[in-house]
Design a protein. Structure first.
Length: 358
């Protein structure tokens, strides 16, 4: 793997140099980051985290080393976005070997200023958060992000008309870079998903998204997901995001089941070097779609409603960002555990994350 990384890096550097002397202005841009974190759980239990990427207790952890190559020549472009580390392994949980290091890999062609086609593997349009901590104001992840899709592999068309933009795409099964084999069901699955997004920006301060995803897995279960998002830049320092998420499952010969999430993000920048971000989320899974691990088998009846509050600082020191964070989650059932194994309805933790960008 390290040899592949060095080959890609050296190739990118060579192509960058070529672009500086070639009259056609071909060029490659290289960017990336590395992130690390420390977390302490007050229940002293590493399994109390029911969301993605921060599954540890009283430990210093490596997140991900990421490098991104972007190329553009006239109307064509490509992105090769690679990641190495535990965060990427969890992100690409269906993949094995070197394929798991590919976060995104796609090519695109802009037919005009209003129409572009993209083919490959790319981050999902669903939800508000991203796999890269550099794109989030909180370091830990929401329930909505963790149980929604991470990425799609397929073909999408982007349309842009002034204040309105739209996307429609056809994708392989969610979170697969190949559709041929589902290692969990042991079945071949080449069914396609349909995704769409409509965006309306009535002003520079307000933007509204309506996201949609529909597909069927190898067992025949149909999943419809709808995700409206509202963003409001109240002032240059204060930003508000409201994200609603509805995920409806219908298996053959069974009643429909669903989980929903309502998340509010408040982000205030006090100075160029310091800001605070509050995320509050209400996640409800009354039908028991999500199997929470380590829930008390005596009192847990399946399904849980969870309130989650996360307060994060954003300290910017040049290209280094430090994120001290406090988080508390409370459920209406005993899905968390103390160090002794005793079931409890709540968990709290402190975390310090840091990432360096280049």
């Amino acid at each position: 793997m390290k040899h592949l990384f060095l080959v890609l890096l050296s190739t990118g550097l060579c192509m960058t140099g070529f672009g500086q002397t070639d009259s056609t202005q071909r060029h490659i841009q290289i960017s990336g980051y590395g992130d690390v974190y420390y977390q302490y759980n007050f229940n002293q239990n590493a399994t109390d985290n029911k969301t993605s990427f921060t599954n540890s207790q009283n430990a210093f952890e490596l997140g991900m080393a990421s490098v991104k190559f972007q190329g553009q020549y006239q109307k064509t472009g490509f992105v090769a976005d690679l990641g190495f580390g535990r965060r990427e392994q969890e992100f690409a949980y269906n993949d094995e070997g070197i394929v798991a290091a590919v976060k995104q890999l796609y090519v695109d062609y802009a037919f005009s200023d209003h129409f572009m086609l993209t083919m490959g593997s790319f981050a999902t349009h669903m939800g508000w958060e991203l796999v890269d901590p550099t794109g989030n104001v909180n370091y830990s992840m929401s329930y909505c992000f963790s149980y929604g899709p991470f990425f799609h592999t397929g073909l999408k068309a982007d349309l842009s008309f002034g204040k309105w933009t739209a996307m429609v795409g056809v994708f392989d099964p969610t979170d697969h870079k190949t559709s041929f084999y589902d290692k969990y069901s042991g079945m071949i699955n080449n069914r396609k998903n349909i995704g769409a997004q409509v965006t309306f920006a009535p002003s520079q301060a307000v933007k509204m998204y309506l996201n949609y995803l529909e597909g069927k897995d190898s067992s025949g279960t149909v999943n419809n997901q709808i995700d409206p998002i509202l963003t409001w830049q109240v002032t240059p320092q204060f930003n508000v995001v409201l994200c609603e998420y509805f995920s409806l499952y219908k298996a053959p010969n069974t009643s429909a089941q669903n989980w929903t999430s309502s998340a509010l993000y408040l982000d205030y920048t006090f100075t160029p070097h310091f800001g605070l971000a509050l995320r509050t989320e209400y996640f409800t899974d009354k039908d028991g779609v999500i199997p929470f691990s380590d829930a008390d088998p005596v009192t847990y009846s399946g399904g849980a409603n969870i309130w989650s509050f996360t307060l994060s600082g954003n300290i910017h020191l040049g290209q280094l960002t430090v994120i001290p964070e406090f988080r508390i989650d409370h459920a209406d059932q005993t899905i968390f555990n103390k160090a002794s194994g005793a079931p409890t309805q709540s968990t709290a933790r402190v975390l310090v994350g840091a990432y360096y960008t280049f």
